[in-house]
Design a protein around this ligand. Structure first.
Ligand code: ADP
Length: 380
């Protein structure tokens, strides 16, 4: 069984913690993504795991064994870097075989592994070509074939697709997942690109300023962001965040946005009873705002709160429209929302810029954040 675990990692440069008490565990066969803005400490975590950096504190465990103080060579990790780390003057065969020769495997075993890995990544015809004659996409496959040929206990990827154009990137993602499934060991993939992270990850961890913000499946993080950083960072477009006030009225709690009242489900009662502070931030996902042409449909839930809005901007996406709305709440300035709706079947339903609309907010799907701690309020 191969699992990768980091426990309480700390790394400081010039007295500043660039990795700040980071812990996570990757299960056997799991594809785990570390996602965060540039400079958040992702690569440093990766370099600690492969042994290129020593942590100031904390441990790295591979298959339960403490490898924190082993050299990179002793760790048996397979790594793909952004620049692939290939030897440009060697041919493809030599590059795939290189790590195996270093480990003094018999020649026929090396040949078997190189041919098998090349076959899996469909680069057999390239084996005698030198690296500097290959395209970016082909080089990327050679780097993947190289880690596939080794029986590494863990695969680490540091933004390996950053240099590819959009079309190749799509294919390369599939190659990365295919390699991962063939070996079934833990994979850790570092990126600042959320679409890549969401497409690849079984689970992902969001990192900011050296700290893990939240760990979970793509859906968990999109639907239940733990704090405002995650809510702003994830989702395309990200969650709408509006400043409101908690009010207690007949029938229970509601969230007030100016004159608009969003009644809150009874499930919130306990957590809101315990709060002194009325100020709140309400999170609304763009795809959960109900378009005008669906308001009258049968099966519309009771929890749907209708409100007036003005369409400021209507942008066509593929099969969807993105509408920037100004809510009519009598607040100054009027709060803005972005909604993403399936393209309406009837052309006459297409909102016009500047027009007034009735939209629906399903109050079961609200997320509430404390404006001071910036953390999401958890329903019991
Ligand atoms: P990311 O991979 O998320 O872009 P990094 O782990 O590369 O972030 O870097 C995190 C922070 O640590 C950055 O502010 C970077 O400048 C700093 N850093 C990384 N390596 C060194 C180093 N060898 N010396 C000093 N600062 C470093």
């Amino acid at each position: 069984m191969s699992t990768l675990e980091v426990q309480d990692l700390v790394k400081r440069y010039d007295g500043r913690s660039v990795v700040d008490h980071v812990s996570f565990r990757i299960e056997d066969g799991e594809f785990f993504v570390l996602l965060g803005p540039s400079g958040s400490g992702k690569t440093t975590v990766l370099r600690i795991i492969c042994g290129l950096e020593r942590p100031d504190q904390g441990r790295v465990l591979l298959g339960g064994e403490d490898i924190t103080h082993l050299s990179p060579r002793q760790r048996n990790v397979g790594m793909v870097f952004q620049d692939y780390g290939l030897y440009p003057s060697m041919d493809v065969y030599g590059n795939i075989a290189y790590g195996l020769e270093n480990r003094r495997l018999p020649k026929d075993e090396i040949q078997r592994r190189v041919l098998e890995a090349a076959e899996k990544l469909q680069i057999t015809p390239l084996l005698r070509r030198s690296i500097d004659t290959l395209s970016g996409g082909e080089q990327q496959r050679v780097a993947l074939a190289r880690i596939l040929a080794r029986d590494a206990n863990v695969f680490l990827y540091d933004e390996p697709l950053a240099n590819l154009d959009a079309r190749l990137r799509h294919q390369a993602r599939r190659d990365v997942l295919a390699v991962h499934r063939l070996r079934g060991v833990p994979s850790l993939y570092v990126t600042h690109d959320q679409s890549e992270a969401l497409a690849l990850a079984d689970r992902l961890a969001i990192m900011a300023e050296g700290r893990l913000q939240q760990v979970g499946s793509p859906n968990e993080l999109l639907e239940r962001p733990a704090n405002l950083f995650v809510a702003r960072f994830l989702g395309n477009p990200p969650m709408n965040l509006l400043e409101g006030q908690i009010v207690h009225e007949e029938g229970g709690y509601a969230c007030a946005l100016g004159k608009l009242r969003l009644p809150l489900d009874a499930a919130w009662q306990q957590v809101l009873n315990a709060r002194q502070e009325p100020a709140i931030i309400v999170g609304l996902r763009p795809r959960e705002i109900v378009p005008p042409w669906e308001l009258e449909q049968t099966g519309t839930p009771d929890q749907l709160c209708r409100c007036s809005a003005r369409a400021l901007l209507v942008e066509a996406l593929i099969g969807e429209i993105e509408v920037t709305l100004e809510l009519e709440t009598a607040q100054e300035p009027a709060p803005r929302l972005v909604a993403v709706w399936p393209e309406p079947e009837e052309l006459r339903d297409l909102p016009e810029e500047g027009s007034r609309l009735q939209i629906g907010i399903d109050t079961r799907h609200l997320t509430l954040f404390d404006p001071h701690s910036e953390r999401a309020l958890q329903v019991e």
